[in-house]
Design a protein around this ligand. Structure first.
Ligand code: FE2
Length: 232
């Protein structure tokens, strides 16, 4: 089976000034609930795409305990960058893939496969009112280029079935579509999976369900009550 879940927000080595746990009851003991949800669902034969905001560590040393926690769980693990994954320099993705070979696969400007389906993705971006419009436009363009690279990497290897993974939702609450949706449509993607939206008031910020023949699913951990979502 192929599963997805986002936002474990692990920080075993990094103290946070405002721990996730205080923000909402949805986050109480979330590391343990994430682990239990995974253990109840995933077997060694399964694949899980962890859709970003994996660790608050700023470098691999600070991520070590978070990575060990994740590595100890069953199944093949494909990781996606979130807005908090500061240890992950895009230009060094290949190095991360070399160093963690056999433990994690880092999805960025590349693709992985699940049977005959290509798993493509990037962090994405949806404006939340924090960036200037110019900066937001630059971030969208850059992320769209990265997603295109991921699609092309899969197409070069002959894949024609695609599932898109984003950390950010493909649209914000003011938008009905975006460049990420149009790319998914152009390439004939079957599903778009995204995370990042936390708390019940944010769960409907973006597209959910079928839209233009593509199934959109929010897989932030708190939205899933910490049970990985079965993609295929
Ligand atoms: Fe996020």
């Amino acid at each position: 089976m192929l599963y997805a879940i986002g936002d474990p927000h692990l920080h075993f080595s990094v103290p946070l000034s405002l721990p996730m746990e205080t923000s909402s009851p949805l986050w109480r003991d979330h590391e343990e609930r994430f682990r239990e949800g995974w253990l109840h669902t995933v077997t060694e034969e399964d694949t899980v795409v962890v859709c970003g905001d994996i660790s608050f560590g700023r470098n691999e040393q600070q991520c070590r305990r978070d990575f060990d926690f994740l590595a100890a769980l069953p199944g093949r693990k494909i990781l996606l960058r979130g807005n908090h994954d500061n240890y992950w320099d895009v230009k060094k993705t290949e190095k991360l893939n070399e160093r963690w070979k056999g433990t994690f696969s880092f999805l960025q400007n590349n693709h992985f496969s699940y049977g005959s389906v290509a798993l493509v993705g990037t962090k994405g971006y949806a404006w939340e009112g924090k960036d200037t419009p110019e900066h937001a436009e630059m971030l969208v363009e850059r992320e769209a280029e990265r997603l295109e690279m991921s699609f092309q990497s899969a197409a070069r290897e002959g894949f024609s079935r695609f599932i898109v993974f984003l950390h950010f939702p493909p649209t914000n609450y003011t938008q009905r579509t975006s460049i990420f949706c149009r790319m998914a449509e152009k390439w004939g993607a079957e599903q778009v999976i995204y995370a990042h939206c936390h708390g019940r008031h944010r769960f409907d910020d973006s597209i959910r369900g079928m839209y233009k023949g593509i199934r959109y699913t929010l897989v932030s951990g708190d939205c899933l009550n910490w049970r990985p979502f079965r993609v295929l």
